[in-house]
Design a protein around this ligand. Structure first.
Ligand code: TXA
Ligand code: MG
Length: 332
């Protein structure tokens, strides 16, 4: 691991990009304070300049280097970072002028988190600078939860992928902004559901959803309707009866448990069935496997991927959010 950290730092110091594991998904990292290096992230990912990046800091104390914490929310930011950092919670805060505009797509706010992954943390600490890092996939595609998936997405475009095995969470960090309220708990606007659940956040504030906007340019960045999309069309069902197969087409099922008695499993002669949480039906396992299973099905040469819904509680909210966005297609 030490060699990989040294190699990653050398490249980052030279203004290059490197794919690194985080506890959520693999990220494509560059020195956040080097605008030319950050520009490479956008080029490599084919990411539009209007979609801002998350800045990852090495320690809680580094927050002040990238963000300004307004007095009215200082206490709750302290509580949240004490409770959930290092970990998969991203906070939207007013940015420090020193953060290059390219990182935030010109927005006055910056998205910040501290990753819990030992390799990511080691690189960030050794570099001595925060890392801007989006998920290491081509824009709009399935996020990578292994080094192999990064290679499939970006192989040949980047000088180094640090392989630390599969990611422990499997879906991207929860993103919130904070609105103070006099005499009451603050409002947390949920910009993206993730591993830190509404139920966990509710102890510190009132959680409200940000409505996704449909169309080219999002009203709130991060809210692009179509995202995490396989190349094969994906249909998310509400109930088994909603599936109307077309004659002669080959379909694969993205099942929750894969249980042979499940109505989703029995309703059709599937070409292939992939289960998110085989047998037991656990949301944490389903989240870890979600992008891996989506990628498997995408590579199976099917005409359609049919996804079974999961219950929308806890981590199920993030899973359903990813499945919904994977099912929306925009003309290319
Ligand atoms: O778990 C994660 O968050 C992973 C790992 C690598 O840290 N990163 C990740 O980055 O998912 P990315 O770029 O794939 O998603 C970041 C999201 C984007 O949807 C972006 O629009 C949103 O965060 N975002 C970034 N800065 C923002 C800002 N200032 N205001 C609103 N949304 C912002
Ligand atoms: Mg992404």
């Amino acid at each position: 691991m030490k060699d990989a950290v040294v190699a990653a730092c050398e490249l980052l110091r030279a203004g290059d990009v490197v794919a690194l594991p985080t506890e959520t998904v693999y990220g494509l990292a560059a020195d956040a304070f080097n605008p030319e290096a950050v520009a490479k992230i956008f080029t490599v990912k084919e990411r539009p300049a209007f979609d801002p990046l998350i800045v990852h800091i090495a320690s809680r104390g580094d927050l002040k280097d990238v963000a300004v914490v307004p007095e009215e929310i200082a206490a709750v930011v302290n509580q949240l970072t004490a409770a959930f950092w290092p970990g998969p919670l991203t906070l939207l805060l007013p940015k420090q002028p020193s953060v290059p505009d390219i990182v935030t797509s010109g927005l006055p706010t910056v998205a910040v988190r501290q990753s819990a992954h030992p390799v990511f943390r080691a690189v960030c600490k050794a570099l001595g600078s925060p890392l801007a890092a989006p998920s290491a996939n081509r824009f709009g595609r399935i996020s990578p939860t292994s080094a192999t998936a990064v290679m499939k997405e970006l192989g040949g475009r980047i000088p180094l992928v640090v392989d630390a095995g599969a990611c422990a969470e499997g879906v991207e960090s929860t993103i919130i902004s904070i609105e103070p309220r006099a005499g009451k708990k603050p409002i947390f606007r949920l910009h993206r559901a993730g591993p830190i659940t509404k139920e966990q956040l509710q102890e510190y504030g009132r959680v409200e959803k940000v409505k996704p906007s449909v169309g080219e340019i999002p009203q709130a960045p991060g809210q692009l309707a179509s995202h995490y999309a396989p190349l094969t069309p994906l249909i998310l069902l509400e109930k088994p009866e909603d599936f109307v197969p077309e004659e002669g087409k080959r379909y694969g099922l993205l099942s929750y448990t894969g249980d042979e008695d499940s109505p989703y499993v029995t309703m059709h002669e599937w070409e292939v069935i992939e289960a998110l949480s085989p047998g037991s039906g656990k949301l944490a396992e389903a989240a870890i496997r979600l992008f891996f299973v989506m990628r498997q099905l995408d590579e199976a040469g099917l005409d359609g991927i049919i996804a079974e819904p999961v219950s929308e509680t806890g981590l199920g909210v993030a899973i359903m959010d990813r499945l919904r966005r994977a099912s929306i297609r925009v003309a290319e």
